[in-house]
Design a protein around this ligand. Structure first.
Ligand code: AMP
Length: 418
């Protein structure tokens, strides 16, 4: 169902309360919190610039980190307000709270085109509890509600759901921002009736995280390409040896069911024909969580579908990259979620980067619509400097996955239908 968007609203002179995803990575440097990556702020600029041009009085709310209801200074949004002002090229006011009389007064005196950022909504436990009284206090700040935080839309929190419900109930409009609109278009509408062949690439760590997506996409895809550690649970289902690979033995049955469903529906379901394997060795060194660091030694190509007992699969192999690239080159629609291997280690990144290159080539040479479904595949594409060469990269992680599963996201459901 299409949702109302900011373009459908008359916002002149109105107080527009907009939920944004400013959960940016920060680091302490010389006693100050510094933003490492401002992509999430950048992504909101089109909606903000539109609202400013329309003469809205913009009030932004967001969360940062997990302060668990405490006023944790390292999780203040104040540095974000400064960064946003710099990026917008205009002042951004900041209040050190997100509710209360002082905030209401500041919101009230905003002029058309002014922008105000509220302090971290998660300084209150009531935010995640979707507390009605807290949502009511947020709603006091607004005439109109806009949600541009797709990455937070899978949670029914006060700022993503409760406040919108209250505003809608009193007759105020609740609309999607331009970023949210794009997410719903590419992860939703475009995949409803995808141009064929429709190739789905799924990787990452766990079958359990993606089984619902696999199940749903088996209804639509022509081909599904599997990579990442997921491979080994499928291999286990096929009676193969997986050595020390990351597997989920309790998911063997669902993996088997997916293979059978693929067969029954005539979906080509490809598993890697070769892998990079390495020998895990426990060291004396401890990681941040105090666990022993495991080194992955002696990487090599394993062309057998069985992995020796003392080795683990860490990436797809060269033959698989070739085979997958060929399939991807023939696609008209590609959806990709999850890396093909432990791409954070450059030795095990070629599989993911090879698939990334093939996806870019499909976009440029075959005019394919290529959609990257969030999370680590987005990180991998950016790492390979190919992020701007695909049709769409989702900004959501968990939200993207839930949306691809076909789940109704509370932060989307609450917006007015168009
Ligand atoms: P996900 O969030 O499910 O997309 O998983 C991403 C994570 O899966 C990344 O951190 C990868 O390092 C990890 N991963 C991918 N392939 C493997 C593998 N073969 N063995 C262990 N971890 C893997």
């Amino acid at each position: 169902m299409a949702k109302l968007t900011v373009k459908d609203l008359n916002v002149r002179g109105k107080r527009v309360l907009m939920r944004v995803d400013y959960n940016v990575p920060m680091e302490e440097a010389q006693g100050q919190m510094v933003i490492n990556d401002a992509t999430r702020i950048q992504e909101t600029l089109p909606t903000l610039e539109y609202l400013i041009a329309q003469g809205a009085r913009v009030i932004l709310m967001a969360h940062l980190g997990r302060p668990k209801g405490q006023r944790e200074p390292s999780m203040s949004l104040r540095p974000v307000a400064a960064k946003l002002a710099e990026m917008l090229g205009r002042p951004v006011a900041f209040t050190d709270d997100c509710i209360g009389e002082k905030v209401e007064k500041t919101a009230e005196i905003l002029q058309p085109g002014d922008v105000l950022l509220l302090e971290n909504v998660r300084y209150y436990n009531e935010e995640e509890a979707n507390d009605a009284a807290f949502a009511e206090k947020l709603a006091k700040l607004a005439d109109v509600y806009v949600n541009d935080a797709f990455g937070a839309a899978h949670r029914a929190h006060a700022s993503t759901e409760g406040v919108a419900r209250i505003i809608a109930k009193r007759g105020g409009q609740c609309a999607a921002g331009l970023l949210m609109e794009r997410e719903l278009k590419f992860l939703g509408d475009e995949l409803e009736n995808p141009a064929k062949p429709f190739v789905v690439i799924l990787g990452g760590a766990k079958v359990s995280d993606k089984i619902k997506v696999i199940d749903r996409l088996l209804e639509k895809a022509d081909t599904i390409l599997i990579g990442g550690a997921m491979t080994y649970t499928f291999r286990l289902a096929l009676g193969r040896k997986v050595g020390k690979s990351l597997v989920e033995p309790d998911c063997v049955e669902v993996a088997r069911a997916a293979l059978e469903k693929a067969k029954a529906r005539g979906v080509q379901f490809l598993l890697p024909v070769d892998n990079i394997v390495a020998t895990p060795v426990k060291t004396d060194k401890l990681n941040k969580k105090g666990k022993a660091i495991i080194e992955l030694n002696n990487p090599r190509v394993n062309s057998s579908l069985d992995i020796p007992d003392d080795e683990e699969g860490v990436d797809i192999g060269p033959e698989t990259i070739k085979q997958y690239a060929e399939v991807i080159h023939g696609a008209k629609t590609v959806l990709w979620n999850g890396p093909m291997g432990i791409f954070e280690d450059p030795r095990f990144a070629p599989g993911t980067f090879g698939v990334a290159r093939a996806v870019v080539e499909a976009t440029q040479q075959n005019g394919a619509k290529t959609i990257i479904g969030g999370g680590d595949s987005v990180k991998a594409l950016n790492k390979a400097k190919l992020g701007d060469k695909v049709t769409f990269m989702s900004t959501g992680g968990g939200a993207s996955l839930e949306f691809l599963e076909g789940a109704v996201l509370p932060g989307v459901a609450v917006l007015n239908d168009n």
